[in-house]
Structure formats: structure tokens, C-alpha cells
Design a protein around this ligand. Sequence first.
Ligand code: SAH
Ligand code: SF4
Ligand code: F3S
Length: 403
Amino acid sequence: MKKHVYLRTFGCQMNVRDSEVVAGLMKKAGFALTDDETKAGIVIFMTCSVRQHAEDKVWSEIGRISKPGRKNRGAGSVRPVIGLIGCMAQNYRERVFERAPSVDFVVGPADIDKIPGIVKKILEHRSVSKQACGLFDLKIWETDGLGRPEHIYHTGFYEEKGHAYAVISEGCSNFCTYCIVPYVRGPVRHRNAQDIIDEINKAVAGGITRFTLLGQNVNSYRSPDPLNGKPVDFVSLLKHVNRIEGVEEIGFITSHPRDTTPRLFEAMAEFDKVRKYLHLPVQSGSDRILRAMNRGYTRQEYLKLAREYRRIVKGGILTTDIIVGFPGETKEDFCLTRDIVRDTEFDAAYIFKYSPRPNTQAEMMGDDVPRSEKERRHKVILDLQRAISRAKKEALLNSESNL
Ligand code: SAH
Ligand code: SF4
Ligand code: F3S
């Protein structure tokens, strides 16, 4: 009988794609996937470390699943094999086993190709040690990988029917001072343009028509051109993908304002398949805070980009991310962020309360905005953005009813 795997995903689209890759690799290795946790002999958590809250959810889920006496038909009388993979694995490494002794394996983002082999090893060990009245559990961790082999992107397993994510770069070297991603995902590595195009062609052959290109900062993309070996940047990559027959829609996330230029907007307006959607995280409206965050642009530069986008990409959607309560953020700094939200009229904004992350530069700056004040600032922006989104929706409905 095939062993069933239950895979639960937390975090960003990068993790959603990584989970598809892990699911594809597990299937290839002879395992079956299940949506029913109680049927699973293997439970894997694909995890996120971006804020404390994201980690807390995973610790509590592991606690729930490891409770003694919990029924898990898939694993028989023993508890399922439990794996913690993704960004938290890299953040905690073998310390996971101290904090959650029921976890059997820990695998970082650069080592996901090793997961099927690790699971097999643990299952074998369990069956042998059962016969020998097993004295100890086998614990395995892999967190030292430098990169992923290209072939893992080609399992052909996609969660959605008509849509696929295509990773164009792994990791990040921007080191925004609040952010853990460069530490858990490693330095930026761009995938070869030809490999990306091959992956998309294969997905098209499998019936997929819509694609989202993924990277922490897609606009910093660089790779040799498949046609002439000259360097290609993100706009040229978009052009290549736009030309692939069978591709109907192309989106991309995330754009970093420092590396985004009006040339991208012109390409968005020109290439028929590219979605008119831009996620351009501003994080803060205060130059002082932007500098402390190491974002590499000013308030004025951001506003200029947003204006250019609206002028060039007619009717384009613009969304953003905001952090409130960064160390040292005064009421004046916060008001500048509020004003940017009011004046830019984003279609949507994702608002986060600053959460100190281990090893980051901001962690050393102290977390000096009280929680209640972070909550107040969060609510001010949330209410403001909700009113803007509502007004935009109504204006759209009105303009449609006047047609
Ligand atoms: N590479 C992307 C996404 C990074 S994580 C980018 O640069 O936009 C997604 C969002 O989480 C970030 O844009 C930021 O707003 C938020 N974030 C990251 N670290 C955070 C932290 N320590 N506390 C609160 N929010 C954080
Ligand atoms: Fe984090 Fe900044 Fe990289 Fe985004 S660009 S992943 S916020 S370090
Ligand atoms: Fe979280 Fe890792 Fe993505 S920390 S936001 S899952 S890159």
C-alpha cells in the first residue's frame, strides 16, 4: 500500500511553488498525496519565518498533531513521520528537534530535492527498529545546500488547473534590515532563462495557459540570453515568455521599487499577455525610515514611479506592502506613510506590524514602538485603505453601469 503524504503550506507564493515541487517529487518516488491529515503516514509542514506570528502557527500545529493518543489511521498505531521544511527549517536547523521533539526531519529551502530519500530512510529505520524493539528515533536535518538542481522544477505537478508559478530567481541579496528572507533563502541565484522557458513550454503542453513569474525582486533578474548569449534582464525575459505560443497570461511578483523603471511599465503596456498588475511594496512613507530599512529609494522616487506607472499602464492595478512600527518610527514618520496611502490610492495594501527577526540588522535597533501603538497605526492604515478600495470599487461599478 502506498504511504500517504499530507503537505501543509504556510507563507508566500514561493512556498506554494516549493510545495508543488515537493509534492511532485514525492509522487515520483511512489508516495500518494492526501488532503485528509488523519489518513497520512507522513505529515510535512512547509513553513515561513517572515514574522513571529507565522512561526507560532506552525509550532502550535506541530503540537496538535503530536499529541499522544491522537488518532492517525494512516500511520497505524504510531505517530506519523513529521517533517518541518522551508524557511523555519533554515532559521532553526537542528534546534527544531529541541523545541518540537516529535519532528523527524528538518529540510531547508535549498535542500528540498532530498526529501523523498530522507522520508524513505526514516520509514526504513522505523520498520527495522520496530522489529528490534526500537530504542531511538532517527532524526535527519539538511540545511546546508547551496542551490537546487534544475530538474526538480520539472515534475509537472501543479496545484491549480490552468495556472502555474515559475520561479525565476531563488533567494535575495537585498538585506532590507527588517527581513529574514536573505538569511533563510540565501543569496540571490537567477535561473537560466532557457530553463525557465523550457519549464513554461512543458507546462503549456500539459494544458497550462496562465503563469506567474516568481522572485523576491524580479526586476533584478539577469541571465544569458538563450538566443545570443548576451545578458537578458527582466523586461527581455518577459518578452521571451510573451512570445511563447499557448501562453495566454503572464503575471509577476515581487517588484522592488529600487530596481523598477518606466521601461518595465512600457513593456507592461506593450506586451499583450502581461497582466496590468503591479505589486510595488513601499514599506514606509518616511525617508528616515526607508533609509533605516535599507530600501534604496526615497519617498519622492516612489511617488514618481507610481505616477509613471499610472500614466503608462492605463487602468493598471497597483498594490503595496506596508510595515508599521519599525524601530524608531515616530508619529511624524507614521503620518508620512499614512499620507502616501491616502495620496497614491492603491488598489490594495497589505499592512504588517513590525516583528523583530533573528540576526537582522533591525533586531539590534530595539523594538521600541509599543504593541498597542503598532495596533493603532495598523488600524489607521487599514481603515483608510478599506475606504479607498470601497470608493474605487464603486467608481468602477458606476462607470460600468454608464456604458
Ligand atoms: N521580496 C518581497 C516580499 C518579502 S516578505 C518584497 O521585497 O516585497 C513580504 C512582506 O512582508 C514585505 O514586503 C514586508 O512588508 C513584510 N515583512 C518582511 N519582514 C517583516 C518583519 N520583520 N516584520 C513585519 N513585516 C515584515
Ligand atoms: Fe526581504 Fe527586502 Fe529581499 Fe524583499 S527585497 S525579500 S523585503 S530583503
Ligand atoms: Fe516566508 Fe520564506 Fe516566503 S520567510 S515570506 S515563506 S520566502
